[in-house]
Design a binder for this molecule. Structure first.
Ligand code: F6P
Length: 485
């Protein structure tokens, strides 16, 4: 794999770019998504070793094919990744993305079985879209290429490629939790088998935490009767390994964000505006898994139990629009907005309002400013594969102060034990945690933050990518040796 002439094919449902059109001019902008910045910083920081000769990113296009053709006619090369969009027919994509991916797999894998929809039609589209990805990849795959597939939208894909190209090196990473078998078994038997067979097409299957690996191995055993030893499985004459790779962040990007005039001005404006108020901050995509309504109940309970804090605190709640076609997302939005308005109605005075709610995206620098000016971050998902917001907040604290309140049900809780860990369903626990955070002395804040930052700096995103490639390389070499012996 690492012979400097091999190519890397990165596969994810979403492409890491936006293609916009103004007048007759089409322009491309790289998005700020976690995965793209992870890979970019890895390639920047390892530029001299130049592991791969080319990097090609394949994903579904959210723009029309004709716009892409016009863009390509005028632009060649120059970017970190060569982009290969896949054009999936709209109806099929809708059944796949809003159906099987986000109305079946997403709720189930996040322990929301009652939100899970079961439809043979959407599973069929899931198979078809995975097949379209497979055809696209096979059409550009060359001997010696490495394929790295990402996330739950593409779990059938490793098996589909393996069937046609037994020799290729395939890595897969799951960015969401792999649930316990008692949850996984709720999928129809045929779907379960297809998913397990699909994943076993990879040489290496990565997860964020030890539990997710165990749940996966347990599900393999109970679905198809295949046992494992030291996280390795023998499947169709090949070794398949499941391993832990907790996703990190680009620590320096957050910690060393320069104080540009824009940033300075915004910081000052926020500090002037909120004056002596202590700021609690949270930001999430609008998703029922993020526990926003439970979080609001926790904050309300805090105001009830600790009246001395009223008029001395503000909760800035930023919710980013997401998956708006799915009814459960719209319902959640209504629930959040009703709750915000009820709590504000109950506690506001003429001079003070407890919650500042914003339903919109934040620019990177705005987010960084909020991470820096908040006294505490309140990050309480009901389930989360990892949760990078928790890591970004801690990394941004240049003064090494501030307190992180984190759900014990987020993957990040395994590494961030210096946070105040809470069960997000217990509003009393959340209320006490807020009071603990706001009352914490500076020395303790620093002690906790220094430990958090040390770990984030070490287990950063470059490390994450590098350890995945190292493991994949070792397995690929072992497979090849086993074949030649
Ligand atoms: O956490 C899983 C994930 O797929 C992320 O990779 C992504 O940022 C997020 O969910 C949002 O997904 P979508 O592409 O559906 O907006």
């Amino acid at each position: 794999m690492s012979d400097k002439t091999s190519r890397l094919l990165i596969i994810s449902n979403r492409l890491p770019i936006q293609l916009t059109e103004r007048g007759s001019k089409v322009s491309m902008r790289e998005s700020d998504g976690g995965l793209v910045s992870a890979l970019k910083s890895y390639f920047d920081k390892t530029a001299t070793s130049n592991l791969f000769s080319e990097k090609i990113w394949i994903g579904s296009a959210d723009f029309p094919e004709e716009r892409w053709t016009r863009y390509k006619a005028k632009n060649t090369g120059g970017a970190t990744f060569e982009i290969e969009p896949l054009f999936v027919p709209a109806k099929e994509y809708n059944h796949y993305y809003n159906g099987f991916c986000n109305a079946t797999l997403w709720p189930l894998f996040h322990y929301f079985p009652s939100y899970t929809e079961y439809s043979d039609d959407t599973f069929k589209s899931y198979e078809e879209v995975n097949e379209l990805f497979s055809e696209k990849i096979l059409s550009i795959l060359k001997p010696g290429d490495t394929v790295w597939i990402h996330d739950y939208q593409l779990m059938l894909l490793p098996g589909m490629i393996r069937e046609k190209r037994p020799d290729v090196s395939i890595g897969f990473f799951l960015h969401i939790p792999f649930p316990s078998y008692e949850i996984f078994r709720l999928l129809h038997n045929r779907w379960k088998e297809r998913i397990i067979h699909g994943l076993l097409g990879a040489d290496l299957i990565g997860f964020h935490t030890h539990e997710y690996v165990q749940h996966f191995l347990d599900s393999v055993q109970r679905t198809i009767g295949l046992t494992h030893k030291f996280r390795q499985l023998n499947w169709q004459g090949r070794k398949v390994k499941a391993n832990i790779f907790p996703l990190g962040i680009d620590y320096e990007k957050f910690h060393d964000m320069p104080d540009t005039p824009e940033v300075k001005e915004e910081k000052k404006a926020i500090i002037d505006k909120f004056g002596q108020l202590k700021v609690i901050f949270s930001v999430d995509r609008l998703d029922y898994t993020k526990g926003i309504t439970h979080r609001l109940s926790g904050f309300e309970r805090f105001l009830e139990l600790y009246p001395a804090w009223r008029e001395k605190v503000i909760f800035i709640l930023v919710v980013v629009p997401s998956r708006q076609i799915i009814s459960k997302y719209n319902e959640r939005r209504k629930m959040i907005e009703e709750q915000v308005s009820r709590i504000n109605g109950r506690y506001s005075t003429l001079q003070w309002q407890p919650i500042l709610y914003r339903y919109n995206t934040l620019k990177f620098w705005e987010l960084n400013v909020m991470y820096q000016v908040a006294h505490a971050a309140l990050i309480t998902p009901l389930r989360d594969g990892m949760n990078l917001v928790a890591k970004e907040f801690a990394a941004s604290r240049k003064q090494q102060d501030g307190v992180l309140i984190l759900s014990e049900l987020a993957g990040a809780a395994h590494e961030m034990t210096e946070a105040i860990l809470v069960n997000p369903t217990d509003k009393n626990e959340v209320a006490h945690a807020i009071s603990h955070a706001l009352g914490m002395d500076h020395g303790e804040q620093r002690e906790r933050m220094i430990e958090l930052q040390k770990r984030l700096k070490k287990q950063n995103v470059v490390n994450w990518v590098a350890s995945f490639f190292d493991d994949l390389d070792a397995i690929t070499k072992a497979q090849r040796n086993a074949v030649t012996v």
